[in-house]
Design a protein around this ligand. Sequence first.
Ligand code: AKG
Ligand code: FE2
Length: 286
Amino acid sequence: MLAYENIYGELFSEFRQSLEDHFNIYPCLPARLPENKERMEALSRDGIVILPDYFGPEIIEAAREKLHLMTLALQAGSDILNDVPDGCKNRDVPFGAFRIYEIDKYYGDVCAPIRDNEVINDLVQGYMSNQAGLQTMAAELRTPSQGINGYMTAGSPIPHADHIFRQIKVFTLLDDVNEDNGPIVYWTGTQKDREWRWPNDYMRYVGMSPFCADRMFTESRMIEMEKNDPDVRRVTGTGAAGTVIIMDVRGAHRASLVNNGHRLHVYSQIRMFEGADYSLGGRNPG
Ligand SMILES: O=C(O)CCC(=O)C(=O)O
Ligand SMILES: [Fe+2]
């Protein structure tokens, strides 16, 4: 610890204390529902759990039909989205990603059954020490990037952490996802409070932009960790529409580039409102 303080200065002990408090005062709890016992063990250990084919076709097709239209409208710049405030629209044309936040406010009928699922929310609450609060639900369409400028506008295909504190994203796939349409990649075990990521977390803690601080999460470092650390495995979020991916985005993850077709999903972003000061840790790169 002394060596780190010499390098980084006295805020380093404050940083360590706040991460230790985050994990000690608010530990992951067991699931309440018996059917979640093993899923919860996997989520706590790995930082990710996948529920293949979880939602049936009725829920998924209704959501896909509406949300594909909405995200295509955002891509086209159509005025049918005029009811959605500009602050809720993220239209990255060069990169090919189209995201609408607060989607459950506009299309509650198709979003509520996904957002309010008791089994999923039991896992989320346990993992977040019963302190979980929904920050936003979003729909996102990812399409092939159009050029080098596009690659530079979005950091998500480079390994990163969304936050230094536990933060969950629950992805529900609305398209079948394979290697070709840009699956999410996650490295298990990297969500834990380990010394290798302290320099990164510290830089975020003192407010450095993630696009600078997260250079420590390089692909080559992740490959090294896969070789040397038995806890670290690369998990690729492929699966049929209806598959649910619950992940702690404190752990290292990235998108993949879409080669063919597109990937449509919804996700809920969940934080601990009581347990952590989320004003720390810099901006959220998504
Ligand atoms: O949709 C994805 O591939 C993951 C993108 C990402 O990094 C995120 O949503 O936090
Ligand atoms: Fe992310």
